[in-house]
Design a protein around this ligand. Sequence first.
Ligand code: AMP
Ligand code: MG
Length: 416
Amino acid sequence: MVQLSNDCFAFGGKLMSVDEGVALISARLSAVEGVEHLPLSNCDNRILADNLFAPVPLPLFANSAVDGYALRGADLPVDAPKSVIVSARVQAGSVAEPIVPNTAVRIFTGAPMPPGADTVFMQEDVELDGERVILPAGLKPGANMRPAGEDVAKGALALAGGTRLRPQHIALAAALGQTHLSVRRPIRVAIFSTGNELVAPGEAHHAAQLFDSNRFMLAAMLKRLNCEVIDLGILRDARAPLADALQSAARDHDLVLTSGGVSAGEEDHVRAGVESVGSLVLWSMAIKPGRPVAMGVIEGTPFIGLPGNPVASFVTFAYVVRPAILALAGAHQEPFFALPVTANFAYRKKKGRREYVRVSLSHLADGQVEATKFPREGAGLLSSLASTDGLVELSEEVEQVTPGDRVNVLPYASLL
Ligand code: AMP
Ligand code: MG
């Protein structure tokens, strides 16, 4: 059972910090039921349902890391080069016989180590002399050899349940011999835009109407999180029909998401609409752009109402919707890692609030990365998102930025 509302009141009238908001969301929403057993080829970007313990060691057997000559550790030259007979040859995919003492075995990358041998000389480091090979002194026992289980020991945790599967995780599962993985079912999200001024792109519009962009942006963001998106169109600014539409959407989706209509103006009807069919709190997050975000529950289904301004919608998606989706999907919360860059702009901000500044990134001659601020700041400027590379994150304590300061940036690619 989802219970966001009661806890939200604990924050009273105070602005909630971004971290408090994320912690609250992830603590209060639990994973939906439902697991699918899928072939590896369909597992990219899905959430692993259960821990995978290695049923075999990786690598499966000790093998050579290079093309060269294998020896027993006991036979290595110590002080001076040494000439030994090449007694056998083993290539990748063939089974090796035990090594004859005081001889070398010609070996190739990935070939099994002959039983008894534990060290490989790289072919570049030796000299050939007919049937013999001259080995330099000084190589340490165990060099250029990959022991069984050095990558993953048999029985070790290879992939933790809750991992978002990326190509590298799928490779690991395949290397461990898995054909299928159990993954969580996708989260079904219903989305609406709200506002009398909105028309869908392509529709006729009068002088005071604009094309709805949030729905398309939010749908694309949700799909990157692997949600199943059910686009339910535009709701008008009227409480009763809005309430009915939200209630029926809540009945067969895992999350209902809207944008617009959550400020405190009398034409912002989302608040009253949700309250008539469920419970709701307005979160005033200490975040710019962003601020008013509505969260609630309608018949047991979580509801999130994002602000209407496109840039505010974009930023609050990352900080409110994404953690909610991860929690519903049974995924680990993946914190963002902002990377340090050099600011070439001046900026003043209010203490106690987290701010996100849209910036373009470029390389400086000395190899550092420089962040250039988009010249204007409006939360409605879509071109500011489309033509920049990421958000400089200014924490609550910061009051100003001066050119040359180190600041942290979140590239857009890392936000989803
Ligand atoms: P609201 O949050 O409803 O007060 O809207 C704030 C601003 O965002 C207004 O200028 C709206 O016209 C604009 N807006 C709201 N929803 C959308 C949308 N779906 N697409 C583009 N702009 C929107
Ligand atoms: Mg509106």
